[in-house]
Design a protein around this ligand. Sequence first.
Ligand code: KIV
Ligand code: ZN
Length: 390
Amino acid sequence: MSKDKVQIFDTTLRDGEQVPGCKLDTKQKLVIAERLELLGVDVIEAGFPISSPGDFNSVQEIAKIIKNVTVCGLTRAVRKDIEVAAEALKYAKRPRIHTGIGTSESHIKFKFNSNKDAIIERAIEAVSYAKTFVEDVEFYAEDAGRTDNEFLARVCEAAIKAGATVLNIPDTTGYCLPEEYGAKIKYLRENVKGIDKAILSCHCHNDLGLATANSIAGVINGARQIECTINGIGERAGNTALEEVVMILRQHPRLNLDTNINSKLLNDTSRMVSQKMGMIVQPNKAIVGANAFAHSSGIHQDGVIKNRETYEIIDPADVGVDESSIVLTARSGRAALAYRAKNVGYELTKLQLDVVYDEFLKYADQKKEILDEDIHRIIESSPVKIESIA
Ligand code: KIV
Ligand code: ZN
């Protein structure tokens, strides 16, 4: 049975680039946009055109060069924003305007000093106006995570009637629990008239570390688009990490969901974005962190050397990592030392290994990590003579 496709809407260049210190110039954005197209994303949110002339220019240049992917520009529910976005997107082969408004009590009361009916009117006006420029209009209900489901359903229904093709349900503050966010998507699927005319989209922030879990709960409950960024960068604690949702869907075939992403490009893309934005990837980051396929404790190393799958659920090659690494520290065991010694040219007998291991531990207690050159030094100064087989 063929799997249902989940669209990947990449917002690295919009929500990701909002992070202080991550600002990119147009040239850098073009390189990243081309890489995202190659990676296989379905939508690139290229920027927020009204926010600055530089962002307008970036969206316009990206719209000119990207051919196989939808290029999207963000707006508020404001006519001028929509006009400027439409202008920035005029060269796009597949343009999308992403417009919307806050729908939670706090947004309605404090941000807009308004009321529910007026918010629905503004949503309808924004979608209808965007529709006069492009066919593909995505509507976001900002702070949907804290919006009561009944009102959210009314807003979504109105947006669909006005012509929205995608309904974005952002957990803007990263507050929802996965079961709550999943139930929200389910509620909308079951209670919004005309819901089959639109795709439901998950846009989750990571304030409680739940962005990925919430997005997955969303697609399990019927959403078919995930908004995410490379390395999970984004406002505050970030957005859903693209590499995580892609690999979760791939590693769990029973969900019967997949994306168009070429996962072999994930590691390289992560490095490229990290380097261009000057944003370091934490070493223990899932999928793309430097330690994601590194094993350092003796028990784990022994297991991985015997059979990689004992401690690895992803083949590193599937995400573009050459191979798992066996890191030598004072917590490593004999199997790891023998394995690494063999890699640098020494086949140790049991007796030789016993002697070298004692030396290794003394060394390792002084150093954070034992490198190849340290292995040579330890073996060459060992009391037993050991020939290199290299
Ligand atoms: O987090 C959010 O609500 C957003 C919207 C503007 C889509 O980024
Ligand atoms: Zn966001």
